[in-house]
Design a protein around this ligand. Structure first.
Ligand code: GLP
Length: 243
């Protein structure tokens, strides 16, 4: 595990942008696993800047996002498809048909998730998986549970996640109660994982995830077992890390 502590959110975004940018530069046909939430917005801005100013070329990149809310179509401004288009995908030269998110409005959501795993397998798995982390240690929408669930699947969101994500909706009542998410198999089989974390509110759970025991009650703790994990966090999130 590599831990990079940065001064603040902007520096975290630039460092993470350099790491993802290098992946794209060194393997132009990379399969990137992408994430949503407020944490990666600065990193995505940085990738767009690198595309415009430094000729970072996404033309052969394939992307798979981590998750999607159930019941929101791609036109819904709260959907993760809409978020990705707005913050990254429309502003870089990726072939749109090579950008993938599970559909939250599929008739059979479990089949949608199983098919998504097959599509990723058919591309040879994920080269670099970007992750943020929820306040309760979730990654993707893999919530604290008694077991690590391998396959991509349908989940019931925890009340803490619903409350945390309510800021993007008119209120907690508007947040979907379910989502489809990549499971731990694809995340752990990704060749590289890049976890970005910002802010004091996540410091304690981040410390538990990286230094505590590996347990599904702290979903991100499984990343301790990943063969190539890089954590980029700002001073607030990593205040406890002296390395
Ligand atoms: C959502 C997403 C996660 C993300 C988390 C944290 O629940 N499914 O992938 O990591 O939010 O979001 P934020 O970065 O806004 O704190």
């Amino acid at each position: 595990m590599r831990i990079i502590k940065t001064k603040d959110y902007d520096q975290m975004s630039r460092v993470a942008g350099d790491i993802m940018g290098a992946q794209v530069r060194l393997k132009p046909r990379s399969v990137l696993g992408l994430a949503t939430g407020s944490t990666p917005i600065g990193l995505y801005k940085e990738l767009v800047r690198k595309h415009r100013e430094e000729y970072l070329d996404f033309s052969q990149i394939i992307s798979f996002n981590l998750d999607e809310y159930v019941g929101l179509s791609s036109e819904d401004p709260q959907s993760y498809r809409y978020f990705m288009d707005k913050h990254l995908l429309k502003d870089i030269n990726i072939a749109y048909e090579n950008t993938h998110l599970m559909s939250g409005v599929a008739d059979d959501l479990e089949a949608e998730a199983a098919n998504y795993d097959r599509m990723i397998d058919a591309q040879g798995g994920i080269d670099m998986q970007l992750l943020g982390m929820g306040n309760n240690g979730h990654i993707g929408f893999n919530e604290p549970e008694e077991h690590f669930i391998g396959p991509s699947h349908l989940v019931n969101l925890s009340s803490s996640t619903i409350d945390a994500n309510a800021r993007f909706f008119a209120g907690p009542g508007e947040v979907p109660k379910q989502a489809v998410t990549l499971g731990f198999r694809q995340i752990m089989q990704a060749k590289k994982v890049l976890l970005i974390v910002s802010g004091r509110a996540k410091a304690d759970v981040l410390r538990k995830a990286l230094e505590g025991s590996v347990h599904p009650r702290v979903p991100a703790s499984i990343l301790q077992l990943h063969r190539d994990l890089t954590v980029v966090g700002d001073e607030e999130a990593l205040y406890w890390y002296k390395g």
